[in-house]
Design a protein around this ligand. Structure first.
Ligand code: SF4
Ligand code: ZN
Length: 308
């Protein structure tokens, strides 16, 4: 067997027709896909200040490396990295070392915020008394800080390492939970309406699978070991991910099918929920961040879980 492009020895097989690639052709395929996503969905514009959410994992490591590469020579676009320290011993402390090193190597400024400083307790501390699913509180705090801190740093867009697997899982999760309105905010660039209180999220890795990103990170020497959050397997997402991976193994192209069908109906969803979105967004009575009720979810957790 040979690479479908140049007849060298292949190192990876991806979904699709021309799908066996040698290392050099795989890098080209991968980087071309990222550039195409950025151009097609107009993810990066003149004078953008892009905040890149970095976790030390493979997705955000690849994302930061590629954005620096793609934006080389663009003096009009600024990049700042933003990391959140949830306070998960044995996991986040290790990945933070990796994040600091990547940012140093790439000469990207890193801003670091922690749950302990922002909310009063680390996740490890919170979980001593909170008996719910860790990701439910952690996810709320994380989304809250990413939005709030990106604005404070002066960014106008937040780039995340979400890939095709993440997006396909979220689409299914929203369907299973009858949360279609949340799906209306998704896509390679997020949001239904333009509202300065919500920073727009861009997802340049949207059309790449987890397998492709893992392979790219490994073949480029960006990661030597993959570190997983100890709470990951407890989550609803992890169950949907396993189910979807089983399905993909049996019926190749399933994830791509979910994304493609979703992008076809996304403009209709955005149109449908536009007015409701305008009416619903208020400012939290405690922290003044945008939310759909009187008190935002993060402040609700702080009041219920941390203060009590
Ligand atoms: Fe937080 Fe859950 Fe992610 Fe771990 S897997 S960092 S607990 S959201
Ligand atoms: Zn609040």
């Amino acid at each position: 067997m040979a690479c479908d492009k140049c007849f060298e020895k292949p190192v990876i097989k991806v979904t699709g027709s021309e799908n066996s690639f040698c290392k050099a052709c795989f890098f080209k395929y991968f980087e071309k896909k990222v550039k195409k996503t950025i151009t097609k969905y107009n993810l990066i514009e003149k004078n953008d200040h892009i905040i890149v959410a970095v976790s030390g994992g493979k997705d955000s490591t690849v994302l930061l490396n590629l954005l620096v590469k793609v934006l080389k020579g663009r003096d009009d676009v600024k990049i700042t990295a933003l990391a959140i320290d949830e306070g998960i011993k044995g996991y986040r402390d290790k990945s933070l070392e990796h994040i600091k090193k990547i940012c140093e190597d790439l000469k990207v400024e890193l801003k670091l915020f922690s749950y302990e400083k922002e909310f009063g307790k680390s996740l490890d501390e919170i979980l001593k008394t909170y008996k719910g699913i860790p990701c439910s509180v952690c996810g709320v705090f994380r989304r809250y800080l990413l939005n709030k801190k990106s604005k404070e740093i002066g960014g106008n867009k937040l780039a995340t390492g979400h890939n095709m697997d993440d997006e396909a899982q979220t689409i299914l999760m929203n369907n299973f939970r009858n949360n279609i309105k949340v799906s209306a905010r998704m896509g390679p660039i997020t949001g239904i309406i333009s509202d300065k209180r919500f920073i727009k999220r861009i997802k340049p890795l949207y059309f790449l699978t987890e397998k492709e990103i893992t392979s790219y990170a490994y073949l480029k020497g960006l990661m030597d070991k993959f570190n997983e959050c100890p709470h990951d397997s407890d989550s609803y997402r992890a169950q949907v991910r396993d189910m979807l991976n089983d399905f993909e193994a049996k019926y190749e192209g399933t994830k791509n099918g979910i994304i493609t069908a979703f992008l076809e109906i996304l403009p209709l969803l955005k149109k449908h929920y536009k007015e409701e979105e305008f009416d619903e967004i208020q400012n939290c009575k405690i922290c003044e961040e945008p939310c759909s009720g009187e008190i935002c979810k993060a402040c609700t957790f702080v009041e219920k879980v941390i203060k009590n």
